[in-house]
Write a protein that binds this ligand. Sequence first.
Ligand SMILES: [Zn+2]
Ligand SMILES: [Zn+2]
Length: 313
Amino acid sequence: MEASLLRQCPLLLPQNRAKTVYEGFISVQEVALKKKQELCPPPPPPQFYSSLVEEIGILGWDKLVFVDTCLSTIKLKAEDASGRKHLLTLKLKAKYPAESPDCFVDFPVPFSVSWTPQSSLISIYGQFLAALESLKAFWDVMDEIDEKTWVLEPEKPTRSATARRIALGNNASIHIEVDPKHPTMLPESCFLGADHVVKPLGIKLSRNIHLWDPENSLLQNLKDVLEIDFPARTNLEKSDFSMDCGICYSYQLDGAIPDQVCDNPQCAQPFHQICLYEWLRGLLTSRQSFNIIFGECPYCSKPITLKMSGRKS
Ligand SMILES: [Zn+2]
Ligand SMILES: [Zn+2]
């Protein structure tokens, strides 16, 4: 160990008797050159190209969206039964088809391909289509939510995104985490907003839970159980659904949204957690107990409490 280290780095001197600490210089040039060689592998044999071109021909050139000059990255497209478009990106290795290509998809579940040296692009594409079919119900559920409600987060959901924060009105929202394998089952959920808005919803949820019917869509179930109509983005007047933080006057702040709401029903002003924290910390009248800060709402001066949570959104 020590001998090989000193052979590789002759400018090092041991600094202790156990020879665990060294001081001196190491040459990085050699390492950089080695890395460079790895990045440019020798070109694959000619049959690599001919068999690939043949496979794409069988698959249909219309499925091909992108291919790079050395045929190492291939993007294929497919449409699922609901007309959604999906992409499959393949990174081929020089030993293809002996070695499986790396597959990249926008799925909420891992996409593991079963591969034998006899496999081809056609078999991968078949597995891709089967996976699209198995995820159809999940995407149907998410698309309905995205179309018919006001989704606050994420702003532009990807096909792999399983969480949504949906506006409920009165500055309240519900955060749901949908199980891609059981998309119409009751999702993991939590409410965000002022207590007087959120508490009754929680009570309804537990009282009506027996109404939940996995045969219905997730949105329909949420409506039935919470006894509400979800406000659509277009139905909401800016004035009756102010979402901006009352301190920094913005909505998004470092990826956070104003999820702290004044409990006074006449006020109900939302704030970012960090903005409210900075505000309350600057007041002499505020008190802190563990992770809870008690102070006054900057808008209505009524008591407001801030729970500092480590929750990431
Ligand atoms: Zn703010
Ligand atoms: Zn207030």
